[in-house]
Design a protein around this ligand. Sequence first.
Ligand code: ZN
Length: 374
Amino acid sequence: MHGSRGPTAGVGGSTAEFRGNGDAVLDPELREHPRTITYLHDHHPIGAETIEVAPGILWARIPLPFRLNHVNVWLIRETDGWTVIDTGTADPAARAVWDALLGGVLSGSPIVRMIATHGHTDHVGLAGWLSEKSDEPPYLITLTEWLAAQMRVEEARTPLGTHALRFLERHGCDPETVASFGDDRRRTLTYMEPLPEAIIRLRDGDEVRFGGRSWQVMVCGGHAAAHASFWCAAEKILIAGDQVLSKISPMIGVFPAEPEANPLAEYLASLDRFRDLPPDALVLPSHGLPFHGLRVRVEELAYHHELRLTALHGLMQTPSTTMHLAHGLFPKAVADGQGRHAFAETLAHAHYLLETRAAERRTTADGKIVFAQS
Ligand SMILES: [Zn+2]
């Protein structure tokens, strides 16, 4: 197994385990299925347009003020109103689209249930605002994500503390990257409305009903501590959240608040769970286009990390700090001012190599943490 410590530890096979030779072990069943991803549509909804992706499941796209410029939300028809999954950030453009949806497709019937896949600002930033406009319907989220989102808002009120500064410095971060961690922390305040004050707690394995269907809750780590995806076995529909995206790989990072975390092990363990679902499921991801080809995408994501691990292991031939390794592993991201992401992703991969004993960690005479091949 991956030696993961998260809630998904011990699940499924070990095909994504790091082997150090760059060969991802592809699922033999893949040979039985076309190795392609088919998009349900070649376009996405614009403005307050919606596209019905399955009977009663409407797809809307909320703009985001980030490089990743949108988040998908799902509006699900109920006999007495609507279930809404995720919201976008607290941002004027996002509010404008919601106002248009509320005055358009959603008008006439109330929002009777709100659901969050996880607590990142692009998924919950407007949850409190929308909840208030909708007479505070039940809000379903994992307890961990509800608390984590509120903790990030609390943190954002103060500058980076001694622990975080020391952590970043010991890993070789340059002042620019350190500053961007601080800026990002402060921005949380801008992008988050206060969350709904009460929740219905989602747990792994729960069955929840919405839109006339029964859904199994799959709580996985890696991208967030307790991210919820929703699986409808009867109709083979996966509301994937950020856990399986169609084109990009979800951010897997280590951050100062949990400096010893191994989120990549948790993420790869979660892919093992998605690998067990029917390969022809319809996948509704939070970013990008809905698609068929879950098994193919899971293998691609596992392979993507396998390649990164192999490249990082190679770079560790010279004992180096995480930030130094990030320059080698993600040169484009660092050059594009994404040093913070590159750093956090690199450390996640380094911790995976550490836990699989492909790498070791040392402290230099001047107090820097370096990783080296073991
Ligand atoms: Zn997201």
